[in-house]
Design a binder for this molecule. Structure first.
Ligand code: PGA
Length: 238
């Protein structure tokens, strides 16, 4: 599974040009999810990829100026929503409790949440990585029924690897993802998909995808150039 997080990029004509390039080139070899800025979600319908949103509000409808609900996203054929991205944790002060509310709202609409977790560089240096992952995951998943939990995808994104060009060693990725999978299995008796995200590019994509523990990727900057992105997909479909 490959998720492209386009973040807050592109004017309308740039988005249209982007889609023109990717629309006919994405084969169904992988499950590909494109997450554009919310204002462009309606432009993506009817192609060979799934549509993802980058954020959601936890209410369903009503007086919440500026917000968009999972109920509304559903009507735009959105099937995935990114939740708990480190940029939102940092700039919008989203905490684990709020992330939990969002997960509940998304699952209620039968949309699949992609829950991002990951440690900062300081936390890694202090050997707190696993503790941070445990707290983020258990607080985000609190109170969610086992059958609903099954729809959640986890993305392990070390904060220090996002947009930095630095990626963890294969061992570090393996270790963190194994830990996440084990935690979820022991706590909830479930096997959930775990993606890796942070500075994935044409040079490192194959190595990361070769890791047996990695079920897919969450790609930011490298997904912004459409042909580069399509070529990346070709590299791993061979
Ligand atoms: P990046 O972003 O690929 O640019 O590091 C990943 C993400 O933020 O999900």
């Amino acid at each position: 599974m490959i998720v492209a997080n386009l973040k807050m990029n592109f004017l309308i004509e740039e988005m249209q040009a982007y889609l023109k390039i990717i629309n006919n080139q994405i084969s169904d070899y992988f499950e590909v999810v494109i997450c554009p800025p919310a204002i462009y979600l309606h432009l993506l319908q009817g192609y060979n990829y799934k549509i993802g949103a980058q954020n959601v509000y936890w209410g369903e409808t009503g007086s919440y100026t500026g917000e968009i609900s999972a109920y509304q996203l559903k009507s735009l054929a959105v099937s995935f929503v990114i939740v708990g991205h480190s940029e939102r944790r940092l700039h919008l002060k989203e905490d684990n409790k709020l992330i939990n509310q969002k997960l509940v709202a998304i699952l209620k609409q039968n949309i699949k949440p992609i829950l991002c977790v990951g440690e900062t560089l300081t936390e890694r240096k202090l050997t707190r990585t696993m503790k941070v992952l445990e707290t983020q995951i258990t607080m985000a998943l609190a109170g969610i029924t086992k059958s609903a939990l099954n729809d959640i995808i986890i993305a392990y994104e070390p904060v220090w690897a996002i947009g930095s060009g630095i990626i963890p060693s294969q061992n570090e990725i393996k270790e963190a993802i194994c830990y996440i999978k084990k935690l979820i299995f022991l706590k909830y008796g479930l096997k959930l998909k775990v993606l890796y995200g942070g500075s994935v590019n044409q040079e490192n994509i194959r190595g990361i995808m070769e890791l047996e523990e990695v079920d897919g990727l969450l790609i930011g900057s490298s997904a912004l150039k459409p042909q580069y992105f399509v070529n990346m997909l070709t590299l791993i479909s061979k």
